[in-house]
Design a protein around this ligand. Structure first.
Ligand code: VGL
Ligand code: ZN
Length: 190
């Protein structure tokens, strides 16, 4: 069991957007399976609920048509960039958009945003992180959170990965663990 502390905990829902779920432009296998456990957690209302979103311009450098490695995805103000309709976004108190300029990639919710400052202003010390994708934005956000001095709990039943290469998710989880992240299932949180 792992006890939540409303005074110092925040949930970060990473990139639960249409394009990363089945039917989207960059679908992550079982991407939508992260939604039920994340909804259950944000609906408790115990912690500050934050979401990040990938929010790219049309000509973002990560797109293959610009020389990048990903298909066009999460273009700001389009369906693909919207939160998945099953995600209870009415419970989200802060939304952080990232990778919003053409020439910069940002997998981490901390990169080029004011997330660290926002968290410190609210007295947050510990982050419960779930969402998409384990081997990209979840990993980058968790590692940056550790660098910024936050405790990190990775929600192991509420993450899914792209797995471009076999073993990427396992390696990402190991990297997060080595950086001091711990992991729990959402049903272990009390
Ligand atoms: C992501 C690939 C490209 C992610 C974002 O949210 O993990 N992955 N852009
Ligand atoms: Zn992206």
């Amino acid at each position: 069991m792992y006890r939540l502390d409303p005074r110092r905990d925040a949930v970060i829902v990473v990139d639960v957007q249409n394009d990363f779920c089945p039917g989207g432009a960059l679908p992550i296998p079982e991407g939508d399976r992260v939604i039920p456990p994340l909804n259950a957690l944000v609906r408790r209302g115990t912690c500050l609920n934050i979401a990040t979103r990938d929010w790219h311009p049309r000509d973002h450098c990560s797109f293959t048509n610009q020389g990048g490695i990903w298909p066009v995805h999460c273009v700001a103000e389009t369906w693909g960039a919207e939160f998945h309709p099953a995600l209870d976004h009415s419970r989200l108190q802060l939304i952080v958009s990232k990778a919003t300029t053409p020439n910069q990639e940002a997998y981490s919710g901390f990169q080029g945003t004011s997330l660290a400052t926002l968290l410190r202003e609210r007295g947050v010390e510990r982050l419960l992180i779930g969402g998409l994708a384990t081997d990209y934005c979840v990993k980058a956000t968790a590692l940056d959170a550790r660098q910024a001095g936050f405790e990190v709990v990775v929600l192991e039943d509420a993450i899914r990965g792209v797995e471009v290469n076999h073993g990427d998710c396992a390696r990402a989880i190991e990297e997060m663990r080595r950086a001091g992240c711990i992991s729990f299932r959402t049903d272990q949180l009390v």
